[in-house]
Design a protein around this ligand. Structure first.
Ligand SMILES: [Zn+2]
Length: 350
């Protein structure tokens, strides 16, 4: 698989004039090491009066989620990866030495499985779309050896440079048709806004694995609903005349499906099993990565940093942090980004 050349003068849509060892990306906002803090005290009582309807629900739900994340950490040990694994990441950007990139390309020649994730800055009032920032890739050499790459999209070298061509060759090799690409999401959605950097061709990914869907299916297969669960009762109602059942469906459910397609599963098959067996109550619900780690390993995967300024230079080499607090925040974001690929890997392989 050969990456495209830029001899025609085309290039990814990045503002390369800003690239320098001290460059800051488009966002001047600094990352936040504790973005949940201000959400913890939200209650019905102190919710601003001007927030109504869905805005009020969102305001309160953010508070509830922040408290749940904190509670999880008070009850469980933090997520961790087996200690004998090296989890030191290789940062990839315009300052990464060519020799490092060449060495990685050589070292992953025999790797067939890659776990990936991405981080973006959230939308703002001035930008409706998330801003792609970091592409995390874990190359699985074998059970005991992996390589973790953190590609900083807003700090890429200019496409005319040899360094860029090496990064592109590395990515084209990883996202090539013969490789298995594992992610906790639909791969096309996860990578769609990252295509602009021309580091891979989505159509070349032939073996994607949506681990979220796989995990959800496996959990449901190995954890049958209890006999008193509403979904079970619905599946086995021998006393009902099938014709009556059919009439009921035509009169109510089909109408409901037409008007409120999202409500169908709530009406039909809302699970009433204990949360310990089925924490999700609707048949189409997909597991969150945090809950999958909690239920499988009794560990707390921190999601507090999800909405953050990921476009900052995480690598100390990029010199975008100055104070100890800024450096510590970037270290916390780096750990978070690494855990977001180690967690699916642990679920899948360990
Ligand atoms: Zn159930």
């Amino acid at each position: 698989m050969q990456p495209p050349s830029y001899s025609d003068g085309s290039s990814p849509s990045i503002d390369y004039s800003r690239r320098s060892s001290t460059a800051k990306p488009h966002s001047s906002r600094q990352p936040n090491v504790n973005p949940h803090q201000h959400l913890l005290d939200r209650t019905e009582e102190n919710c601003p009066k001007h927030l109504t309807g869905s805005k009020r629900t969102r305001y309160l739900k953010a508070g509830q989620k922040a408290r749940q994340n904190l509670q999880l950490f008070q009850q469980l040990t933090p997520f961790h990866y087996p200690v004998h694994h090296s989890v030191n990441p290789v940062f990839i950007h315009h300052l990464t030495p060519n020799s490092t990139l060449e060495s990685i390309i050589n070292s992953i020649q025999d790797v067939n499985i890659y776990v990936i994730d991405t981080e973006s800055d959230p939308p703002t009032p001035f930008r409706s779309e998330p801003f792609p920032a970091t592409l995390q890739i874990q190359a699985i050499h074998n059970q005991d050896q992996t390589t973790i790459l953190l590609i900083k999209l807003q700090f890429l070298p200019h496409p005319s440079t040899y360094t860029f061509s090496l990064i592109q060759r590395l990515c084209y090799h990883i996202f090539s048709p013969q490789h298995h690409i594992v992610s906790w999401s639909e791969i096309s959605q996860e990578l769609s806004s990252f295509q602009q950097f021309v580091l891979f061709d989505l159509s070349q990914i032939r073996h994607p694995l949506n681990l979220q869907r796989y995990f959800t299916k496996e959990w449901n297969n190995t954890h049958p609903h209890i006999s008193s669960c509403h979904t079970q009762q619905r599946q086995s109602r021998p006393d009902l005349d099938p014709h009556i059942d059919l009439i009921c469906h035509i009169d109510t459910d089909d109408l409901d499906e037409d008007l409120f397609p999202d409500k169908v599963h709530q009406v039909h098959s809302r699970c009433t099993c204990p949360d310990t067996i089925h924490p999700y109550k609707n048949a189409n619900d997909q597991w969150s990565l945090q809950k999958a780690i909690q239920y499988t390993f009794d560990e707390a995967l921190d999601k507090a940093l999800t909405f953050n300024t990921w476009s900052c230079g995480l690598d100390p080499l990029l010199h975008s942090a100055h104070t100890t607090a800024e450096l510590n925040t970037r270290a916390a974001l780096t750990s978070y980004a690494i855990n977001d690929i180690l967690a699916p890997t642990k679920l899948f392989f360990i």
